[in-house]
Write a protein that binds this ligand. Structure first.
Ligand SMILES: Nc1ncnc2c1ncn2[C@@H]1O[C@H](COP(=O)(O)OP(=O)(O)OP(=O)(O)O)[C@@H](O)[C@H]1O
Length: 243
């Protein structure tokens, strides 16, 4: 089944053309990466799919639902992790997850089940009982990822999920994402400008630059096509940077 269908999507912010008619599809259970440099249009694409921005042109669907006219339906199917996100600082990590589990429990899993899963994903040990205000950036990021995945969404939209994390925590997050795709069938749309990281994580990637998708494929296909050793090199060759 098709999880995401994006057709000729455009977004203008005043005179800035952030998306100039991009198209791609993501199949259910896939881990799909949108990769490109700063300002390429990654966050804009993710926000449109998360129903937080209205496109200027084109259309996008999540599991067959239009992200504009059926935004409520889409919201029931997705979890969205913004690039710059905070959690309620006066709550402990535990209280935050409990609060969120109560909000979402109507959709299936019980509060206890979600909370148990959330605590496991966050991997904060005893610190889960400390206030969020005392957490490091990486700890907060893990808590927010736990919140996004404990509901077992049909589609997780993660903007730079490992941003600001050290290698051990970034590795743990990648493993969690892979586990949820494999065991729970969760579809992932991930943005990153860390092309090497994406190579290890994603089944397929779209290369985006200045609001245009330059190419789409599995990391292996793209490396072969551009005769490149890694996705970083693929990207440089695809945009015509002389190496
Ligand atoms: N609210 C806004 N108002 C005006 N321009 C914006 C706004 N948000 C984004 N832009 C512009 O749209 C373009 C795409 O931005 P976007 O945040 O989607 O890129 P990105 O690929 O996510 O970049 P980064 O990796 O730096 O997060 C950029 O030129 C940016 O300056």
């Amino acid at each position: 089944m098709t999880a995401i269908k994006v057709e000729n999507l455009e977004k203008d912010y005043g005179k800035v053309k952030a998306l100039k008619g991009i198209s791609f599809e993501v199949e259910e259970g896939e881990i799909f990466g949108l990769i490109g440099p700063n300002g390429a249009g990654k966050s804009t694409t993710l926000k449109i799919l998360a129903t937080l921005l209205i496109p200027t042109g084109g259309r996008a669907e999540v599991y067959g639902h239009d992200v504009v006219s059926e935004a409520d339906e889409v919201r029931k199917l997705i979890s969205y992790l913004p690039e710059e996100a905070g959690a309620y600082k006066n709550l402990t990590g535990y209280e935050y997850l409990e609060f969120m589990a109560k909000l979402y429990s109507k959709t299936g899993k019980s509060v206890e089940e979600m909370l148990k899963l959330g605590i496991e994903i966050a991997g904060l040990g005893e610190r889960i009982h400390d206030k969020v205000a005392t957490y490091s950036k990486g700890m907060t990021r893990k808590l927010l990822l736990a919140r996004a995945l404990m509901v077992i969404p049909k589609l997780a939209i993660l903007d730079e999920p490992a941003s600001g994390l050290d290698i051990v925590n970034a590795y743990a997050i990648r493993q969690t994402i892979k586990r949820f795709a494999r065991d729970e069938g969760v579809t992932f749309l991930i943005s990153s400008h860390n092309m090497l990281e994406v190579e290890f994580l994603c089944d397929r990637v779209a290369l985006i630059n200045k609001g245009i998708i330059i190419d789409i494929g599995t990391p292996k296909e793209l490396k072969e096509k551009y005769n490149a050793e890694n996705l970083e090199e693929v990207f440089m060759k695809a945009v015509g940077v002389k190496l």
